[in-house]
Design a protein around this ligand. Structure first.
Ligand code: TXA
Ligand code: MG
Length: 329
């Protein structure tokens, strides 16, 4: 079973040392917990894919303590520099051309591009600064499942597959970083997140959708393009205005009257609070549905504005029927 490391000086140093040795160590970020491993070592990259049962076509994000470190592996043009200055450290991932001398192993993703991010979590950055290598960190869950927002979530899913988890507490943002691709003819939003399209367009002007104008929208480029992802085992019914007696309710604001279990995302309808609670809520209700033999989860509507776009994206993919990792072409 993985060691649970406290997020103090000794724990940070232990996490950095294990990572440097090529072990897999999960750590908290402001978004979700990441399954960290050396991005410059093909064996470690292979171990990350194996631990998550992640399909090889789904590339990894590399994490850095600051933009300067990311600049060793990725080419920052003026648009990338503007976005990094505006949002780093923070929940934004940039897909950029590989730099000459890029340290990231070829098995981490496509041959010509890399996804880079400087997390907005001080403990994560302290680990990254100490290890001083690019650290690949996909969300620390089995592929297709619900992303972890606590160390306990990580242990429950991957405890037997990794060396340690650095306990950084609950992730304050709660949903994965926004992914912007700057490798096409125009910037493209690959995955909505806490940093909204409007936030980004306020800095760099209008973006394109999904394939960035490359015309290769059939190529899988981000988990936002997997139809089923972030999924509980239970059936998930969206935009529910009522809840059946044999369902559990994922509430956003005042719940409808009735006798059923409720997990409240935000009593006041606050989108940031709902994001922070979303994955824990899905996990809690998923376990409850299984335990109590209920029919499924009913999720109340969330307005699709601002951060609500990302929340609806996650819920829609979590509700998609079929096998995890179904690819929408
Ligand atoms: O918030 C986050 O981004 C979290 C925390 C741990 O940092 N990480 C995360 O990683 O969500 P992951 O692997 O679950 O999602 C990263 C996604 C990949 O699924 C992939 O599709 C996209 O980013 N990505 C990575 N490299 C890419 C590339 N070269 N081109 C296009 N998309 C890429
Ligand atoms: Mg993920």
């Amino acid at each position: 079973m993985a060691r649970l490391l406290a997020a103090d000086r000794a724990g940070i140093t232990a996490a950095a040392r294990l990572l440097g040795q090529g072990s897999l160590v999960a750590f908290g970020t402001e978004t979700v917990y990441g399954l960290g491993g050396r991005a410059d070592a093909d064996a470690t990259i292979a171990a990350i894919y194996a631990a998550k049962s992640r399909p090889a076509h789904n590339p990894l994000i590399c994490h850095y303590p600051d933009a300067e470190a990311a600049g060793r592996d990725a080419v920052f043009g003026p648009v990338a520099r503007a976005l990094a200055a505006a949002f780093w450290p923070g929940p934004l991932t940039l897909v950029l051309p590989r730099a000459p001398g890029c340290r990231i192993g070829r098995r981490a993703g496509p041959p010509d591009t890399v996804a880079v991010r400087v997390p907005g979590h001080a403990i994560a950055r302290a680990v990254l600064a100490e290890v001083a290598l690019p650290i690949a960190a996909p969300s620390a869950n089995r592929s297709g499942g619900i992303s972890p927002t606590t160390a306990q979530h990580v242990l429950a899913g991957l405890g037997d597959k990794i060396a340690a988890v650095l306990d950084c507490g609950a992730c304050p943002v709660g949903i994965e970083s926004t992914v912007v691709d700057l490798c096409g003819p125009r910037p493209a939003l690959l995955r909505p997140g806490f940093v909204t399209a409007a936030d980004i367009e306020a800095v760099i002007g209008p973006m394109g959708q999904e394939d960035g104008g490359r015309g290769d929208g059939r190529i899988l480029r981000a988990p936002g393009q997997l139809a089923r992802h972030y999924a509980p085992n239970a059936r998930l019914r969206l935009n529910a205005t009522g809840c059946d007696a044999n369902e559990a309710l994922l509430a956003f604001g005042p719940p409808p009257a009735g006798a059923f279990p409720v997990f409240q995302l935000s009593a006041t309808g606050d989108l940031a609070e709902a994001a922070a609670n979303l994955f824990a809520g899905l996990r809690t209700l998923d376990a409850l549905v299984a335990r109590a033999g209920l029919a499924g989860i009913a999720a109340m509507p969330i307005p699709a504005q601002g951060l609500g776009v990302a929340l609806n994206d996650r819920l829609t993919r979590a509700a998609h029927p079929g096998q995890p990792e179904t690819i929408r072409l």
